[in-house]
Ligand binder design. Sequence first.
Ligand code: GLV
Ligand code: MN
Ligand code: MN
Length: 398
Amino acid sequence: MNINPTRFLSDLHALRQFGASGVCKGVVRPAYSEADIAARAWLAGKFEEAGLRVHYDPMGSLFGLSDAPRSLLLGSHSDSQPEGGWLDGALGVIAALEVARAAKESGGPAVSVVSFQDEEGRFGVTTGSTVWSGELTLEEADKLTDRTGTTLAEARGAMASQVGDFVDPKQFTGFIEMHIEQGPWLDQAGEAVGVVTDIVGIRDMRITFEGEQNHAGTTPMHLRKDAFQALGAFNALIGERFKNVATPQTVWTIGHVKLHPDAHSIVPGRATFSMQWRDGDADRLGRMEEIIRNAASEIADAQGFELSFGPMLGLEPVAMSAGLRSALEASAEEHAAGRWRKMPSGALHDATNVARYLPVAMLFVPSINGISHAFEEDTDEADLVTGLEVLAGAVARL
Ligand code: GLV
Ligand code: MN
Ligand code: MN
């Protein structure tokens, strides 16, 4: 199979133009935005040129299907975070396209390609592949809302004229997702490739403290029910209690906060915020949930706040398939001898959901300075090409 690195890099840069932020190589291409839908249309054209049959599923996940009865599925996602990098997801989709093209040109193995929708969780956590995997029904998913209150049903209406049925996973023999590491380890070690052993689990929900909105000048401190202060106390309390359960791999994040009414001179009456935590051990995720729920209740009860929890979304930790992994490892040894490692993924990926249907595996390339989910995200082009070679080599072995 003769992959073409120049064509691969040129397509990767072309995809970056959709939603280009103008800052570094960053992109603003959240799921169902104009830029996301236009990028998918461009990708669909590329899939067609490569001799793949274009199909959108009801979520807007885009497939380029091989005409063979059974094929290996490769891909990732092309939506981005509200402030995203050019490679997160895009790399896996364009690498898949290049391998499918090269395989077709050389009469190699049958390869299909996918770009899942809303991997970045505008509406949840890896929403497109979660719905495809049957973990969440379309009906349930449609009720999910983004940070501004738009429902998924409303957002995916923008793609209504393009979509068809869900794709039958039985036509695929397995799934491999190439991705940037999004962490510091490969870059720090000067290594070119990571073969993923397993992907951590995640829990994610919204929490609301409701206090009392009042005047910021006249309301004495002891009479306030300031929802932001409740959030601050909650954050400190869980930080303290997590010390008893967290390992160095355990992470938690309050990444989104909405204060109402969000003004300098008003004691905020309501604070709604995201609470997300991740770990490789499902039991630990459960113990952390208990700490979170108890800490929030204790603060609400002690200070007279109303408390509510939104729906809890989550994905379980998942191990990669031994068979697919060994093909990646053999290929890594050929193309990056002494410069690759086995490693877990601390980021979530569509592969977690696909594992419900198919054997899955992943490979990583380094992220410069470990930066991702930021406009500054980047990878040396030589490492991008090495990753592509490792992927193609694994596909050829399979
Ligand atoms: C996916 O981008 C994640 O948040 O890990
Ligand atoms: Mn990603
Ligand atoms: Mn991401």
